[in-house]
Design a protein around this ligand. Sequence first.
Ligand SMILES: Cc1cc2nc3c(=O)[nH]c(=O)nc-3n(C[C@H](O)[C@H](O)[C@H](O)COP(=O)(O)OP(=O)(O)OC[C@H]3O[C@@H](n4cnc5c(N)ncnc54)[C@H](O)[C@@H]3O)c2cc1C
Length: 392
Amino acid sequence: MTSSRDRYDVAVVGLGAMGSAAAWHLARRGQRVIGFDRFRPPHVFGSTHGDSRGIREAYTEGPSYVPFVRRAYELWDELSDAVGEPIFRQTGALSLGPEGNDMVRGVIASAREHDIAVEQMDAAEIRRRYPGIHVTDDLVGVLEQRAGMLDIDTALNGQLEQAAAHGADLHFDEPVDRWLPIDMDDVESPITIQTARGTYEAERMVVTSGAWNAGLLGKLNLPLNVTRQVMYWFEPRANREHFQEGAIPFWMWERSETETAYGFPDIGRGFKLGLHQPLETVDPSGYDREITELDKRRVNDFLANTFPDVAGTLLRAETCLYTHTPDHHFLIDIHPKRPNIVVASPCSGHGFKFAPAIGEALADLSMERRTVHNLDLFRVDRFVAPLTAAGD
Ligand SMILES: Cc1cc2nc3c(=O)[nH]c(=O)nc-3n(C[C@H](O)[C@H](O)[C@H](O)COP(=O)(O)OP(=O)(O)OC[C@H]3O[C@@H](n4cnc5c(N)ncnc54)[C@H](O)[C@@H]3O)c2cc1C
């Protein structure tokens, strides 16, 4: 057991996209940070791998996300400058769907509310500009220019490097097995953290364990649903030039309420795409990471109706995990019983782009219990009543 002299200011449990961002912000504010990860990020077992993630500003999921993503753009630039490597690649973002679909409507609503320049297109215009897309007459689209791809590995390594450079003590391949308040009766009690390698103490804790969050916060009974998703990289069988950077932007396509997909231009590693798979709930520590015949059939059916020239050679495919809340908005808040613990589950398939801004908000909540960011949509009390009896 560490003595109280060795006590850290804050322990960050989980050093993926969100935890590495929190560790970076906390450490650069002079906090004594210890961080743990079950593996050594970036790794392929959680939610943060597969080369790239999309970033867009005219947020279809709700206009109130826009200021948050604007802050994230600033911080991605700052991180990029600090590590000396580009993280953001501006390709534009094209949202597609049949006339009247929610995704395109949501983009336009956000753009109007926040004065973001977007370009609306009918089927003829989409056909003219993007010959790789199979366009039906009811298709509509909206293009925003300040959008594109984030390089996952550069971003994640950068956040970890910056955290370490500011003194964070990062423990990889060391899962947290258990945490306990030192004094159960004191809601602000410092915390003991147990791993197979040791026992540590911290005044405060930030829980950013992604798909494993519900397990670490068992007594909160968070309604988090972990699902298996697949990312695919194809070498197009014809007209490869239609699918390269410059010829097609980052795209999202809502074909119906139950069929949505997204993808990226080929930047040298193939044309990447993913379907928002039906919700197949899995255990993050033991699920099938093999690509099945059903996976291949699903993606080929999708391509036949959308990008028929892409359905060529499958170069690579990887599984990944979404952690969904019931309303698909994030969960970022102070623990309802223990104000020195902050909890973040910002996934539902769309959290990565916000990571450095979420890290900043987590550092604010952990140090000051408030933040300038508007986190109203992400409150824990929409799922969990404030706890009154003892329980963590
Ligand atoms: C296929 C796919 C496509 C996506 N596309 C986009 C996109 O285009 N744009 C976008 O913005 N977002 C996207 N997302 C969502 C985004 O990737 C996630 O929101 C984000 O990666 C979540 O980060 P996290 O830090 O919560 O989880 P993770 O990065 O998974 O980190 C959690 C970490 O906690 C560690 N951990 C778990 N248990 C313990 C423990 N007991 N002790 C210590 N460490 C522990 C894990 O090892 C892991 O490293 C996508 C997600 C997927 C899966």
